[in-house]
Design a protein around this ligand. Structure first.
Ligand SMILES: Cc1cc2nc3c(=O)[nH]c(=O)nc-3n(C[C@H](O)[C@H](O)[C@H](O)COP(=O)(O)OP(=O)(O)OC[C@H]3O[C@@H](n4cnc5c(N)ncnc54)[C@H](O)[C@@H]3O)c2cc1C
Length: 483
C-alpha cells in the first residue's frame, strides 16, 4: 500500500517527498513527550500539491496531518500516514489594516516585517519567533498580551484552506459552507461551553455568531477540518509606550486573588511565576517571595500606577519603562518552561498533560487548592507559571518514577474539577494526543454530536489528523516516548 501511495504522490506532486528513516524519525516528534512515526513526509510546493495529496490520501484512506514548526506541546502534529510540512507557504503581504500570510510562515519573520511598518500581530506565544502561523491557527494560540488583545481566533478575518474532500475553501467568503456552519451554531448547548476568556479545546462553534465569523470554526481545529493555505490576519499599531511592573508576593493565594482587581485596571498582561521559576532569574528577590505577578500597560500609563497601587498589597519590585529592560524581563517569563525543565532531572518530569487549563478568573485560587490536593494525594510537586489574568495556569508536574496509569488518573481528576469550575481543559495548547479523549466530557453529548457533524462536513472519510479532537481511543498515555 505504501508503495502505491508513494507512486501516486510521485506522479502528481511537484514538491518534495521523503520516506527515508531519518526523515520519518525527524517528523515523529515535536515539543511534546509523544512519538508517532509517519510513513511519508511531503513538503508541498503550492496549493495544487496540497489538493493532490488530499485526493490521494482520500483514495487510499491514509491520514494526512499538517505540520508547522512542531513546537506544539501535546503531539497535535504527530500521526501515522502522510505529514504535510507547510514550510514553503511563507508569503507575507502587508496592508494598512491587515496582512495576508502563508500558513508556513514563521512568526518571527512576520514580527520583523510588521515592526518595520510600526505594526504588530497581537497573539504572542512564549515560544516566541519559532512557531508558524499555521500552527498558531491550528491551536488557537495566544500569549501574555491576549488578556487585552485576545487569542488568534479574535485576530483573524479570513482563512483559505483545503478540506478533506480536496475542496479549496475561503471562509467566511464561501456562503454555501458558511450557511451550513451557521446551522450548526444554532444547535449549540451554550451553557456547556467553558466560561473562560481563552479556550483551545474542541471546535469553537461558540465563536460563530454571524456569517462573518464562520472561518473561526477552522481556528483551533488542529488540522482536523482542513489544511490551511493562508490567512488574512488583523494587525494593530505598535503602542508608543509600555510600562511593566514586577510585583512580589509572600502568599500565592493573595497574588491570585488580587488578579481580579488588577484586571479591572485594564492591563495588557497579568502573568504569574512561582518561587521555583524565580530561582532561575539572576535577581535578588526579597526573602520569602513566593511568587511574582507581571502587570503591563500600553496606554494611559501615567494614571495606571495610582490605579494599580490602590488595588494591590504586593510589593512593586521593579517598574520598567525602557523597552530593553521590559524585553529582558519578558524573556525571563518566556523562559519559564525551559527553567522548569532545567531544574528537574529527566526521570522526574511528568509529560505535559494538565499543563494548560484555564478557569474564570474568580475561580483561580481554587485551581491552586486543587493542585495542592493533587500533590498531597499523588506525592507530586509542581512548578506553576502562566497567564494568570486569563485564569490560565501552566503546570509542570514533578514526581519520583510516576506510573503512566497515575498520570491518567491525575488528568481525569484535574479535568473533572476544572470543568466543574466552568473552565477549559486547554486554553492555548490544544487537545492533541493528551486531551482529545476528554473533549466529550468538556462539552457534553449534544455539543460533541455537533462537533462530529462538523467533522463530517469537512472530512467525511476522517483522513485529516484522525484521532485529534474527535477521538474514539484513549491516547493520553499511548505513544508517550519517554515512558
Ligand atoms: C517553550 C514553549 C512555549 C510555548 N508557549 C506558548 C504560549 O505562550 N502560548 C501558546 O498558545 N502556545 C505556546 N506554546 C505551544 C506552541 O508553540 C504554539 O501552540 C504554536 O503556535 C504552535 O505552532 P507550530 O507551528 O509549532 O505548530 P505545530 O506544532 O506544527 O502544529 C500545531 C497544530 O496545528 C496544526 N497545523 C499546523 N499547520 C497547519 C496548517 N497549515 N493547516 C492546518 N493545521 C495546521 C497541526 O496539525 C497541529 O495540530 C509553547 C510551546 C513551547 C515549546
Amino acid at each position: 500500500m505504501k508503495k502505491l501511495i508513494l507512486k501516486s504522490l510521485k506522479s502528481k506532486i511537484q514538491g518534495d517527498i521523503f520516506s527515508s528513516k531519518e526523515f520519518k524519525e525527524f517528523y515523529s516528534v515535536d515539543a511534546s513527550s509523544y512519538k508517532i512515526i509517519p510513513s511519508i513526509v511531503v513538503i508541498p510546493k503550492h496549493e495544487k500539491d496540497v489538493i493532490n495529496v488530499i485526493r490521494i490520501a482520500k483514495k487510499f484512506k491514509t491520514p494526512v496531518t499538517a505540520r508547522g514548526a512542531g513546537t506544539g506541546l501535546v503531539g497535535s502534529a504527530l500521526n501515522r500516514g502522510i505529514i504535510l510540512d507547510m514550510q514553503k507557504f511563507d508569503q507575507i503581504r502587508i496592508t494598512k489594516k491587515y496582512a495576508i500570510i502563508g500558513s508556513g510562515t514563521i512568526k518571527g519573520k512576520i514580527d520583523k516585517e510588521l515592526e518595520r511598518a510600526k505594526k504588530f500581530f497581537p497573539p504572542n506565544p512564549s515560544v516566541g519567533s519559532y512557531c508558524s502561523v499555521g500552527g498558531m491557527l491550528g491551536n488557537n494560540s495566544s500569549g501574555s498580551r491576549s488578556l487585552k488583545y485576545g487569542s488568534v481566533i479574535d485576530n483573524v478575518e479570513e482563512i483559505t484552506f483545503v478540506d478533506g474532500n480536496a475542496r479549496k475553501i475561503t471562509l467566511p467568503k464561501n456562503k454555501k459552507i458558511s450557511n451550513e456552519i451557521i446551522k450548526f451554531s444554532k444547535l449549540v448547548e451554550s451553557k456547556k461551553f467553558p466560561n473562560t476568556s481563552k479556550n483551545s479545546s474542541g471546535y469553537r462553534i461558540d465563536k460563530v455568531k454571524s456569517i462573518e465569523d464562520t472561518h473561526k470554526i477552522i481556528i483551533g481545529s488542529e488540522g482536523t477540518l482542513g489544511v490551511i493555505l493562508s490567512a488574512k490576519i488583523k494587525i494593530k499599531e505598535m503602542p508608543k509606550k509600555r510600562i511593566l511592573y514586577i510585583i512580589g508576593y509572600k502568599s500565592i493565594y493573595v497574588a491570585v486573588r488580587e488578579c481580579m482587581k488588577i484586571n479591572q485596571t485594564a492591563p495588557t498582561a497579568i502573568e504569574f511565576m512561582d518561587e521555583l521559576t524565580l530561582h532561575q532569574i539572576k535577581f535578588k528577590f526579597v526573602k520569602n517571595t513566593k511568587c511574582v505577578l507581571y502587570v503591563e500597560y500600553d496606554e494611559d500609563i501615567t494614571k495606571k500606577e495610582k490605579e494599580l497601587q490602590s488595588v494591590i498589597t504586593g510589593r512593586i519590585i521593579k517598574k520598567l519603562k525602557k523597552e530593553q529592560e521590559i524585553e529582558q524581563w519578558w524573556r525571563y517569563r518566556d523562559l519559564s518552561l525551559y527553567y522548569s525543565l532545567r531544574t528537574i532531572k529527566k526521570e522526574k518530569r511528568v509529560p505535559h498533560i494538565i499543563e494548560d487549563a484555564a478557569v474564570p478568573l474568580k475561580n483561580l485560587p481554587k485551581v491552586f487548592s486543587l493542585l495542592n490536593e493533587i500533590n498531597k494525594k499523588y506525592r507530586t510537586k509542581c512548578i506553576v507559571y502562566g497567564h494568570a489574568g486569563n485564569g490560565n495556569v501552566h503546570v509542570r508536574l514533578i514526581a519520583d518514577r510516576i506510573k503512566t496509569k497515575i498520570i491518567k488518573n491525575i488528568a481525569k481528576e484535574y479535568f473533572n474539577e476544572i470543568i466543574k469550575l466552568q473552565g477549559t481543559i486547554t486554553a492555548e495548547h490544544g487537545d492533541g494526543l493528551a486531551r482529545s479523549e476528554f473533549v466529550k466530557k468538556q462539552y457534553g453529548t449534544q455539543n460533541y454530536r455537533i462537533f462530529k457533524e462538523i467533522k463530517k462536513l469537512f472530512d467525511p472519510t476522517n483522513i485529516l489528523n484522525p484521532g485529534k479532537i474527535i477521538s474514539k481511543k484513549s491516547t493520553i498515555i499511548s505513544n508517550l516516548e519517554k515512558f
